[in-house]
Design a protein around this ligand. Structure first.
Ligand SMILES: Nc1ncnc2c1ncn2[C@@H]1O[C@H](COP(=O)(O)OP(=O)(O)OP(=O)(O)O)[C@@H](O)[C@H]1O
Ligand SMILES: [Mg+2]
Length: 352
């Protein structure tokens, strides 16, 4: 559906800035792909190169088998209709009503194609706008102005407008960053619905891991213009390889608190002789706490769970448990081996 081949972007100024460096990326039809990274990582630059709002300094962009980087402006304008985009600050036209904002891309299309039989009639536009307003649940706001709407409602209008031309791809640049958590949830739900019912491929960028976790199938972690880690959301969450990814995951889990407690020499992290503290991570269906109690029985070790975080991602439980094992040294070692054999990741937590 979408392919970036060795795409780079350098901004030339007083200093040259390599905003995006040699990115290769393929996104499948119907996928929700998330791109996460801290400010300045190059996320916006990368997403803007998908519809060539930003021209790559190097590399090729393909959509549906067509190389966008080889098209002229006229051809590009045509194909851009297949790519909708929404932004953090909604970018609505203040002096136009909600209905007029949504109708804008359709009117524009009519304007560009004056003698075109495919141009939209007034009636058709009206029907389309009504349909889109219904989709985003804002039927009663057709004649309101953007200033009369909440942030979440404005983003719904922006989504309706982005869908006006029946795009195949929707690009979302920090679409929920200006919204409170609850409104964020409702916008993410709408995006998921758009993806599932209309089959629209979604590429979204965010600096919040929670957003990725909520709706993405795959995630790319961006740092310093490069995609440092890429994979299925569940896999990346369960077994992050890069420090940058770990840092992002730490922001959505309470498990990282344990390291602070260890540093502070908190009482609960002080081990008695023979005890070992480990972080267990798992993402397989058949692994749950029963495994821990079973191992505890089989190897005669005590397992004290002092921290736990279990969530469901893409219908799979993803667990992280901090456990203190106590018992005979060799028994603890065997218990840990058994856990590893059951595809539980075991990391020793060093204490004082
Ligand atoms: N038009 C431009 N001219 C010059 N430099 C730019 C331009 N756009 C972006 N940059 C630079 O490129 C780098 C990447 O910027 P970009 O906006 O892509 O980051 P981002 O990951 O989207 O960050 P944020 O989360 O803050 O939106 C930054 O160093 C930025 O200053
Ligand atoms: Mg940005």
């Amino acid at each position: 559906m979408l392919k970036l081949k060795d795409v780079s972007k350098t901004f030339h100024g007083k200093e040259n800035i390599d905003a995006v460096k040699h990115v290769n990326l393929e996104i499948q039809e119907g996928e929700i792909f998330g791109l996460i990274g801290f400010s300045g990582a190059g996320k916006s630059t990368l997403i803007r190169m998908i519809n060539l709002l930003e021209r790559p300094s190097q590399g090729q962009v393909w959509i549906d088998g067509i190389e966008l980087t080889a098209l002229n402006e006229k051809e590009l304008r045509k194909i851009r209709k297949k790519i909708g985009m929404i932004f953090q600050h909604f970018n609505l036209m203040r002096s136009r009503t909600i209905a007029q904002n949504i109708a804008y891309p359709l009117k524009r299309r009519t304007f560009w194609r004056k003698n075109d039989p495919e141009a939209w009639s007034k009636n058709e536009i009206q029907q389309k706008v009504a349909h889109l307003l219904k989709l985003v649940e804002l039927e009663d706001k057709a004649n309101a102005y953007p200033s009369e709407l909440s942030g979440g409602q404005k983003q719904r209008v922006a989504i309706a407008r982005a869908l006006a031309n029946d795009p195949k791809i929707l690009l979302c640049d920090e679409a929920t960053s200006a919204l409170d958590p609850q409104t964020t949830q409702s916008i993410l739900k709408l995006l998921k619905q758009v993806n599932q019912t209309l089959g629209i491929t979604i590429v979204l960028i965010t600096h919040e891991m929670g957003v990725i976790k909520e709706i993405c199938d795959r995630v790319g972690v961006m740092e310093d213009g490069e995609i440092k880690e890429l994979g299925n959301v569940v896999d990346v969450f369960a077994d992050p390889k890069e420090t940058i990814t770990r840092n992002f995951i730490a922001t959505t889990s309470n498990i990282s608190k344990i390291y602070e407690l260890v540093k502070q020499r908190s009482e609960i992290t002080v081990l008695r002789p023979g005890e070992r503290m480990v972080l267990l991570s798992y993402n397989t269906i058949n692994t749950n706490q029963a495994l821990i109690s079973q191992i505890s029985r089989d190897y005669e070790v005590d397992a004290n769970i002092i921290f736990g975080n279990i969530e469901v991602l893409q219908n799979k439980p993803l667990g992280r448990l901090v456990v203190i094992f106590s018992g005979k040294e060799e028994n603890i070692a065997s218990a840990i081996e058994r856990l590893k054999a059951k595809e539980v990741k075991v990391e020793e937590i060093e204490t004082w």
